[in-house]
Write a protein that binds this ligand. Structure first.
Ligand code: NAD
Length: 434
């Protein structure tokens, strides 16, 4: 029997876990895609095998609010293998893969509350359904579950021992809560592990953002003027992959150090208003509000295409764009809306929601392998250490980060050197000099 078979449940309609998904009959397609992703996730598989033996999450209820994708499905299987009872809802209205949601319910015995294209009310109904399970551990991608538990569902707050957070925007929100003294339990900042942000945010979002824009529009990138707003980990990935496709790339930044970095990487660096007139494709990746707004839309050329890869759909001011268009908006392709500004038409992909997840399948599994290895280990770390952790954002120990990297290298069959004893001594000493 393979590991895959081991974690599949013999479910019948009568013993399905609680759920609200679009269509359970999509499950078989979901299973094959989950298994396809698993092939690219050897580190997570090793952790799952250890979890099966050691049961580090036995008796734990986990409430997760993550993008419901094939990679997340493999994380859910890992948590369950570790002994946890898991309930999952989506962290975005448009990122749920309905076949995966169905498969998790019927084949893997996970409670899932997620449908692609759900409205805001439905999104919060799903979040509340996870809170109803009174989790001991929370897993967030953007801090929505933590936020709900602290603001509206304090009945479910007391039993929470610890949480984990996947993304930069969530970490920023959690640190703000901790600074206000509002955060009531410790959260392990998965994003802060090097084996997460240096790879997932950069190479994962870089590739999948290009993928989302191409699936949505099928435009030629070669020679095109592409503006990337925000040159953090995500922006760096997008800019380099866009350049790799032959695009001419300009960066919009507010941080002078990051701006020099972009400049010395050979990108044009310019203010947003200049970029608005220069660009043809605009991508936001700042985690900030209204990065492109009325004054930018007024300068954009006919045919300009906008997309967002930051966490929230707040980076492109769609209310202002809608007003400028006087409501003359039409759905042109599945994920493309056209805004008729009178003398020009501009386009927005996936309503400004994370383009890589809404218009494509999110990050490739090979990179989520490391992110979700960190998520699984963070859940174990939180379960073990919650009593000694303060209610703040905690970074996992460096040894765990290095272990994830070591396992990934091993899986990739990449060998590296070790220091000689002489080098070990030299690097730690201060006596030797010129
Ligand atoms: N789409 C995905 O799958 C995905 C994956 C990882 C992270 N994210 C999200 O992407 C966003 C960026 O993440 P990151 O890890 O790159 O963060 P980061 O902090 O490394 O980078 C953000 C950059 O944006 C810049 N910035 C802030 N406000 C700006 C403005 N008004 N104009 C121009 N630049 C501005 C900052 O100076 C910073 O350099 C976050 O919201 C994060 O949660 C999305």
């Amino acid at each position: 029997m393979t590991t895959t078979d081991l974690s599949r449940e013999q479910t019948t309609a009568a013993n399905l876990p609680d759920h609200d998904v679009s269509d359970l009959s999509l499950a078989p397609g979901g299973v094959t895609r989950i298994e396809w992703a698993e092939r690219e996730m050897p580190v997570l598989r090793l952790i799952r095998e250890r979890f099966e033996r050691e049961q580090p999450l036995a008796g734990m209820r986990i409430g997760a609010c993550l993008h419901v994708t094939t990679e997340t499905a493999n994380l859910m299987r890992t948590l369950k293998a570790g002994g946890a009872q898991v309930a999952l809802c989506a962290s975005n209205l448009l990122s749920t893969q309905d076949d995966v949601a169905a498969a998790l319910v019927t084949e893997y015995g996970i409670s899932v509350f997620a449908r692609r294209g759900v409205d805001r009310d439905g999104f919060y109904r799903h979040l509340n359904a996870v809170a109803d399970t009174h989790p001991h551990l929370t897993q967030d991608d953007g801090c929505d579950l933590v936020s709900l538990l602290h603001k509206e569902r304090t009945d479910a707050l007391e039993g929470v021992l610890a949480g984990t957070e996947e993304t930069t925007t969530g970490i920023i929100r959690l640190r703000a809560m901790a600074a206000d003294g509002a955060l009531k339990y410790p959260v392990v900042g998965v994003n802060e592990s090097k084996t997460k942000h240096m790879f997932d945010n950069r190479f994962g979002t870089g590739q999948s953002t290009v993928d989302g824009i191409l699936r949505a529009t099928n435009i030629l990138l070669a020679g095109r003027h592409v503006v990337v707003a925000g040159y953090g980990w995500v922006g760096k990935g997008i800019a380099s992959r866009m350049r790799g496709m032959g695009a001419q790339v300009a960066i919009v930044e507010v941080d002078p150090i990051v701006a020099i970095e972009a400049f010395m990487e050979g990108y044009q660096v310019m203010p947003g208003l200049d970029a608005a007139a220069w660009g043809e494709v605009f991508i936001t990746a700042t985690g900030n509000l209204h990065v492109f707004r009325k004054e930018h839309f007024e300068r954009m050329a006919n045919g300009a295409i906008m997309a967002n890869s930051g966490h929230f759909d707040a980076e492109i001011d769609l209310v202002a764009l809608n007003e400028l268009a006087g409501g003359r908006v039409r759905q042109l392709r599945r994920d493309v809306k056209e805004y008729d500004l009178g003398n020009r038409r501009v386009y927005v992909i996936a309503d400004g929601r994370l383009v890589n997840l809404a218009a494509a399948e999110g990050h490739p599994a090979a990179v989520m392998d490391m992110s979700f290895a960190n998520q699984a280990l963070a859940a174990e770390y939180g379960a073990k250490n919650h009593a000694s952790l303060s209610p703040a954002v905690h970074v996992m120990p460096d040894e765990i980060d290095r272990e994830v990297a070591r396992l990934k290298l091993e899986a990739l069959n990449v060998k590296i050197d070790t220091m000689t004893p002489e080098q070990e001594r030299y690097i730690k000493s201060w006596q030797e000099g010129t």
